[in-house]
Write a protein of this length. Structure first.
Length: 275
């Protein structure tokens, strides 16, 4: 808009766009804050360093990204750029769960990086000891492989593939489920984690990925190594062996999600960039 002068410009996915951003810098007349994603830091350290040198402060969407930035420029001033849940997230929680069996849910694309196969293997390790149901919402290239794996593992009768459904149906399913498990990597943030936390799910995520920091291991959820069947199995089993601890995590998860809406996350980003 003619005459508009922003206080700050956030440049997401900055690596490929930086030459354009530099050309536009004189027209903004304000700080330009690059926000680095996984794809921005996997190429040239030299170019990433140039971007850091040209910016008073930079953001990263995960601890892994921030660690990479500090490996290139140890003294760089950075902040974590969190995603936010929808502003109506407080309406997601519908109260205590009352399922006949341990209800686990996944929602997202059925693609390799989501590691849904790890969740299937972890649940399989519990099949002879505990009863459970695993509801999978989403579609993608891995669907047939996952169905085949469930058959091989002997848990196909406990796994339900619902395909792609409207978002409100996914939220309703999370509201009923005891647990949300997603061992994805790489994961920029993982808004679905935050939505599951808002629904009061015992939420299990990936250590070192975008949700790490919002989700604090043992406080408002559990974090494990993305490719570790053993760690995910242990996290799932806590539901049975430490039920009070899990319920405490569920309550804290709701509190965390309510404190990180889109509006609040945007305010945090502005404060971190301008302080």
């Amino acid at each position: 808009t003619r005459g508009f002068r922003p206080d700050v410009v956030f440049a997401f996915f900055c690596y490929d766009q930086w030459k354009v951003i530099e050309r536009l810098r004189p027209y903004f007349g304000c700080p330009i804050v690059p926000i680095f994603h996984n794809c921005d830091v996997k190429f040239s350290d030299k170019q990433v360093g140039k971007i850091l040198d040209a910016s008073p402060v930079s953001g990263g969407v995960s601890r892994r990204v921030l660690n990479k930035l500090h490996g290139i420029r140890p003294d760089a001033r950075t902040f974590m750029c969190y995603g936010g849940a929808p502003n109506d997230v407080s309406a997601y929680y519908t109260g205590e769960k009352h399922n006949d069996v341990f209800s686990v849910v996944y929602a997202g694309m059925l693609i390799p990086l989501k590691n849904v196969d790890i969740t299937l293997q972890a649940l399989s390790a519990l099949k002879d000891t505990y009863d459970f149901r695993f509801d999978i919402y989403g579609e993608g290239e891995e669907e047939q492989n996952l169905k085949h794996l469930a058959q091989i593992l002997g848990i196909a009768d406990r796994v339900n593939f619902h395909g792609k459904v409207p978002r409100d149906e996914v939220i309703a399913a999370m509201g009923k489920a005891d647990c949300f498990a997603m061992a994805s990597s790489p994961e920029t943030f993982g808004l679905t984690y935050l939505e599951a936390m808002a629904c009061g799910c015992y939420t299990i995520g990936s250590r070192g990925e975008g949700i790490d920091g919002v989700m604090v291991d043992g406080e408002n959820g559990k974090l494990g190594a993305p490719g570790s069947v053993e760690e995910l199995t242990a996290a799932l089993e806590l539901y049975f062996t430490q039920p009070e601890a899990v319920r405490a995590m569920q309550r804290k998860a709701v509190e965390t999600a309510n404190g990180l809406t889109e509006e609040k996350a945007a305010r945090m980003m502005l404060e971190d960039a301008l302080r």
